[in-house]
Design a protein around this ligand. Structure first.
Ligand SMILES: CC(C)(COP(=O)(O)OP(=O)(O)OC[C@H]1O[C@@H](n2cnc3c(N)ncnc32)[C@H](O)[C@@H]1OP(=O)(O)O)[C@@H](O)C(=O)NCCC(=O)NCCS
Length: 176
């Protein structure tokens, strides 16, 4: 098993000419394989563990917002940056409610804007824990459009955010 520290040390050694590119590539390959294996084991353990499943379910977070004219662009539909900030906030809330530790967002994967969101509607933003790593977790976000005056909703946007638990020195710590 190659730790992150050993990987970074190997990178430094390569820069200093202490090891060759070939040796470094072997170390890098082993490091990536170990990371993938660790994530796979975590997912398998997750599906078997009832307490964890319950914790995942309890962390599900739903936030409703009204789409007022101040939230829209010149097409009279919701401004993408505003809805992205709602998505990030709900991802943060979901991760915090799951982990109960200080959390930061480290990345977001592809965001699909499938439908525009008209002014004067309600948006429902739903966050669900999708994957648990050692210090990080992925939260899947769905944004639904709801009419103010009719029942029903339509899925408009999806995206996945990765968030990391940190300590007082702002360094990653175990997520649970
Ligand atoms: C989050 C942060 C502490 C991670 O530091 P780091 O040195 O990259 O830490 P590590 O390499 O040990 O990675 C920690 C975890 O994050 C994951 N990670 C790091 N960068 C990532 C990225 N770009 N995308 C997805 N996951 C990532 C790692 O895979 C690891 O997960 P694991 O422990 O579950 O396997 C650091 O990047 C940071 O402070 N970023 C700024 C956060 C911020 O300000 N966000 C906006 C406001 S909330």
């Amino acid at each position: 098993m190659i730790t992150k520290e050993e990987y970074l040390q190997a990178k430094e050694s390569l820069q200093e000419g202490k090891i060759t590119q070939d040796v470094f590539l072997l170390i890098e390959q082993k490091y990536e394989q170990d990371k993938q294996r660790k994530n796979k084991i975590t997912s398998e353990e997750w599906s078997k563990d009832d307490a964890l499943q319950k914790r995942v379910k309890n962390a599900e977070t739903v936030v409703y917002k009204a789409v007022f004219p101040g939230d829209t662009n010149h097409h009279n539909t919701m401004f993408g940056g505003t809805v992205l900030s709602y998505m990030d906030e709900v991802a943060f809330l979901t991760a915090t409610r799951f982990s109960r530790k200080p959390i930061v967002t480290v990345s977001s994967d592809k965001i699909n804007f499938e439908h525009s969101i008209p002014s004067g509607t309600i948006v429902k933003v739903v966050g669900k824990v999708a994957e648990i790593g050692r210090t990080s977790m992925k939260v899947f976000i769905e944004v639904f459009i709801e009419s103010m005056y009719r029942e029903g909703s339509e899925l408009a946007i999806t995206g996945t955010f990765t968030l990391v638990a940190i300590n007082e020195n702002k360094r990653p710590v175990a997520i649970i």
